[in-house]
Design a protein around this ligand. Sequence first.
Ligand SMILES: [Zn+2]
Length: 92
Amino acid sequence: MDHAAATLAIRWRLRQRLLPHGELWRRLGEYTGGGSCGGCGERITSAQASYDVDFTPGVTPQSIRFHRACFEIWQCECQSALSSDQRVQVSV
Ligand SMILES: [Zn+2]
């Protein structure tokens, strides 16, 4: 998976509210393949490390599987989204 393509896919899902902005509750590492990544949308193979992520109760979706790389991109994007919101508030 291309890192830049995964970043764009995750940004799009954040904008469409298909992914929460944070609200991480717990994270379980897994090495079993199967299913598709909630970040980039690609299949997770058994050779790829993935995370099972649960969000705080009340958040939709309740849980998502990510490639490990996509999980890290997601966390990064959440943080940059928050800091750009703060910049907007400061400048207004
Ligand atoms: Zn992925």
